[in-house]
Structures are given as structure tokens and as C-alpha cells.
Design a protein around this ligand. Structure first.
Ligand code: PEP
Length: 249
């Protein structure tokens, strides 16, 4: 059985007071579930969030990290710094990191390797732009993001990898992929990983869908056989919406 996961990417939202309020509300209201529930507040509020979730099923993830152990990398955060505050999950490769901050497949491969070496779990995001889908190039784009970002990993590292397919045209736009489009791509991703590694790995890896998942569409998307949960942006900032999405899984 693959793990089901609902993860909330808070992006650059919520100050400390707001973070504590939302985390406390989530801890009180998170539904009973066998799925993993993860939230990713901004760096400066991770420590507080990690403390607040200590006695709940909620786990805390970072939204990014650097590939080096330490050193002259002004403004950056290392894997050890995250682990030191009990954060051992990191989101890497989000399309906003790729497009606004120039993160390339090569850079992401270094970050993924470092996270794995440090014993962290990685939620690895990837997905095509609208033009790629319109031109029918979406499968090629996704295949190359997977290959360039992840295929240097040894087979045993895959137990620490969660994939998040996020078509860029569906992120924050209110336009979600149809359940059929999500299923088609997730099945393709699983097949690619089977070819690159083996079916043991491809059948076990959790593949999340991300892109305008809301309480009113979550159940339909999550009911697809190769969709193992969601990476949620906007709707993770409201307790009622996020808990409704958790219920949908
Ligand atoms: C995201 O940022 O990963 C995301 C899926 O955002 P939204 O749910 O707002 O589209």
C-alpha cells in the first residue's frame, strides 16, 4: 500500500501570530485519517510550527533548502539547520522556485541528493507549462524533469521520495487538471519510474497532484487510482478548506 499524503504549501504567507493560530486550529480540527498530513510554513515560522504539532499527526516541511552543508551562502538554509529544529521533510522543485528563482534541474538534483544524504524526505515538484500541454509536449517535459532531477539517485533513496505532479497552468489559477488528465499523467510517471528503476519502486512511490485542489474537487481527483493525495497551495491557508480536503482522502 502506498502512503496517502495531503500536504499544504503555505508559500510566503502567514506571520508568526497567524502561523500559530492556524497550526493550533489545525491540530484541534485535523480529521482522523490514515493519510499523512504535512504543512509547510515559511522558514522563520518552522520552529514554532514544529513545536505546536508535536502531539498531533501533523508533520512540518520546509519549502526549500540549500545543497551545501554550510558556508558562504548568504540567505540560505541547510539540511542540518532544518533537522536541528525537527524538520526532516523538504519541498524541492516547486514551479515558483524554478520560474522566479531560476532553479534548474541540475541545481535541484544537487538539492535532492543532499536532502537524501542527510536522511530527509523530499517532496519533489515538477510539471509542464501551458505551452507544453498545448503543443503536446507535456509528457516529454515531465519525463525530462524526472530524469534530470532524480534518476541519479540509487534505488534505496526512493523510499524517501514523494512526487508532486503540478501542471504549472493549474497552480494558483483556479483551473485544475481534470481527474482524467491527472490520472493519465500519474500513470505515465509511474511507468517512467518503472522503466528507469523497477516496478517495486514505481508501485510504492506516492504521487501527489497539485494545482487548484479545493474542497469541491478534491474527492474526484483523489479517487483516481494513481493519485495518492495532493499538494495544496491556496486552500491550505484556511483550516476548514484544508481539513475538508484531508477528509476527501
Ligand atoms: C502549489 O503551490 O503547490 C499549489 C498547488 O497551489 P494552488 O493549490 O493554490 O494551486
Amino acid at each position: 500500500m502506498r502512503s496517502k499524503i495531503v500536504a499544504g504549501n503555505w508559500k510566503m504567507n502567514k506571520n508568526l501570530t497567524e502561523t500559530e493560530a492556524l497550526v493550533s486550529e489545525l491540530v484541534a480540527k485535523v480529521p482522523d485519517t490514515t493519510a499523512e498530513v504535512i504543512i509547510a510554513p515559511t522558514f522563520v515560522n518552522l520552529q514554532s510550527a514544529a513545536k505546536h504539532v508535536e502531539n498531533s499527526i501533523i508533520q512540518v516541511a520546509a519549502q526549500n533548502m540549500h545543497f551545501a552543508d554550510n558556508g558562504a551562502f548568504t540567505g540560505e538554509i541547510s539540511a542540518e539547520m532544518l533537522k536541528d529544529i525537527d524538520v526532516d521533510i523538504v519541498i524541492l522543485g516547486h514551479s515558483e522556485r524554478r520560474s522566479h528563482f531560476g532553479e534548474t534541474d541540475d541545481l535541484l538534483a544537487k538539492k535532492v541528493n543532499q536532502a537524501i544524504e542527510k536522511g530527509m524526505r523530499v517532496i519533489f515538484c515538477f510539471g509542464e507549462e501551458l505551452e507544453d500541454r498545448k503543443s503536446g509536449n507535456h509528457f516529454n517535459v515531465v519525463a525530462s524533469q524526472l530524469k534530470n532531477g532524480l534518476y541519479a539517485l540509487p534505488a534505496e533513496a526512493w523510499s524517501k521520495i514523494v512526487l508532486a505532479y503540478e501542471p504549472v497552468w493549474a497552480i494558483g489559477t483556479g483551473e485544475t487538471a481534470s481527474p482524467e488528465q491527472a490520472q493519465e499523467m500519474h500513470a505515465f510517471i509511474r511507468k517512467e519510474i518503472e522503466e528507469a528503476y523497477n516496478s517495486g519502486i514505481s508501485e510504492k512511490v506516492t504521487i501527489l497532484y497539485g494545482g487548484s485542489v479545493k474542497p469541491n474537487n478534491a474527492e474526484e481527483i483523489f479517487s483516481q487510482p494513481d493519485v495518492d493525495g495532493g499538494l495544496i497551495g491556496g486552500a491550505s491557508l484556511k483550516c476548514d478548506d484544508f481539513t475538508a480536503i484531508i477528509k476527501a482522502i
